[in-house]
Design a binder for this molecule. Structure first.
Ligand code: TRP
Length: 452
């Protein structure tokens, strides 16, 4: 028998899990959502969602993963043999694959912007001596078909390279390097941003509470954002938790991951808004997620000294954040193929990432020359994003909570949360209550309101 796979160290385990959580969701969705939905008022609601629902769902996934010690489908087959609960895991695998197909494309854009910053091309006017129009540049890049494809493929190859190394030598080792680098970069950026002349105004703009903006739709957004950002509902964390050693304190780990994820999200807002307002950009359109990152920030960098350096570092941080998230999304399916079908790692990696090539290609082209091809009013990219994020993710999370709260033995859940009773004074009962009674109906309401 081969040794079961475990993360090597506590730090590595946190780095990998935080690596999964911290991604494009933190970078381009969060700051824009906070600003548009009432600043600190949204932040409070978001915080409530993370504490009441996010952390409990995360702990449900952790407990299932560590109790079952296998892939996201196998966990359910092992814990409830002969029942259909494993379909939850299968849904997760399909959803993670779906997310991966468009997420990889956006990761490709960030890599392209990193390379273009490094070479300085991003800041060269396309024709003559005129000013650079970053909006046009972005449209040009995204719609040029071949370039985004090239960078999407490079991201896929990077994923293959790392995932072939396995959990310890691939995911854990790379996260151990990348996550601290990311944090250092973000803190440097934060200092730069706060030293801007108009930093105070930017922070006010970001945080200013406006409770009149809070309505049902905003609460729905806050929860969707919390789930996406914490990588919940798809079995990603079940898979990662199956590599947790038995000494890992699940509650503490979950809280650490959630706090670091929130920290990065808020840091991103603190980085972006002071620089943006210092350059007088406050119109709504410039502050939307994708525009903010790919148009507004380059615009700001172009007015700063050290344009290329800051721009390169900024896109480097985003690419790093995106890469560690794609690794986790890929690992769900790889673990499934390896555990269920006893496949070698190489074969499993190939089987997961090769089909991604045509899918990501279609997603990427759907922003370019295939844009006129629409299903239900969406191009393929937006359709997959919408279906996976707004439907598959909450459905997965509800089913997970129902399983963990009602089917999974209470004793086992408590055992996992308290490390076999070793940890005293834990909040296990409160968490169990949230998983069992609070989470399923609340997520259901959110799911329904998204459908209306
Ligand atoms: N959490 C990542 C982000 O914020 C994306 C992600 C990785 C994800 N794994 C996931 C989202 C699993 C949902 C489920 O960008």
């Amino acid at each position: 028998m081969k040794d079961p796979i475990r993360f090597n160290s506590k730090i590595g385990l946190i780095a990998a899990t935080v690596g999964s959580a911290v991604g494009l969701g933190n970078v381009w969705r969060f700051p824009a959502e906070v600003q548009a939905n009432g600043g600190a008022a949204f932040l409070l609601i978001y915080l409530g969602c993370v504490i009441m629902l996010g952390i409990p769902v995360m702990l449900a996934e952790f407990s299932l993963g560590r109790a079952g010690r296998t892939d996201a489908v196998g966990v359910f087959q092992k814990l409830s043999p002969g029942k259909k609960w494993w379909l939850i895991g299968l849904l997760g695998i399909i959803a993670s694959f779906t997310i991966l197909s468009f997420y990889m494309v956006v990761s490709g854009w960030t890599l392209e912007y990193l390379v273009e910053s490094l070479t300085g091309n991003l800041y060269r006017p396309d024709s003559g001596s005129g000013e650079v129009n970053f909006g046009e540049k972005m449209v040009g890049y995204v719609q040029s078909d071949s370039r985004p494809l090239l960078y999407t493929y490079i991201m896929i190859v990077l994923n293959v390279g790392i995932l072939l190394g396995g959990v310890r030598k691939g995911i854990e080792r790379i996260s151990n390097w990348l996550m601290p680098t990311l944090f250092v970069l973000l803190i440097v950026f934060c200092c730069v941003s706060l030293s801007m002349p108009d930093a105070g105004a930017g922070l006010k703009y970001f945080f200013k509470p406006d409770f009149t903006k809070i309505d049902a739709g905003v609460i729905v957004s806050a929860l969707g954002q919390a789930f996406f950002s914490l990588s919940l509902g798809l079995g990603v964390l079940i898979t990662y938790a199956s590599y947790f050693p038995k000494e890992t304190r699940l509650v503490r780990t979950g809280v650490t991951v959630a706090v670091l994820d929130l920290f990065v999200a808020i840091l991103m807002g603190i980085i972006i808004f002071p620089v943006v307002t210092s350059f007088g950009i406050t119109d709504g359109e410039s502050l939307r997620g994708g525009t903010l990152v790919f148009v507004t920030m380059p615009e700001v960098f172009s007015h700063m000294s050290g344009t290329q350096l800051w721009s390169t570092l900024f896109f480097l941080s985003i690419t790093v954040a995106a890469l560690t998230s794609t690794l986790s999304l890929g690992q769900v399916s790889i673990a499934f193929l390896q555990d269920r079908f006893k496949m070698s790692r190489g074969k499993a990696v190939a089987l997961v990432l090769l089909p991604l090539i045509p899918l990501s290609t279609a997603c990427s082209l759907s922003q370019g020359s295939w844009n006129s091809f629409k299903l239900a009013g969406y191009n393929l990219f937006d359709l997959l994003d919408n279906v996976a994020t707004n439907y598959m993710l909450p459905i997965g999370a509800i089913l997970l909570c129902i399983y963990a709260g009602w089917v999974f033995p209470k004793k086992t859940l408590t055992r996992e949360l308290t490390n076999d009773g070793e940890l005293k004074g834990t909040i296990a009962p409160a968490i169990r209550w949230c998983i069992k009674y609070a989470a399923p109906p609340l997520i259901f309401i959110i799911l329904i309101s998204k459908m209306l």
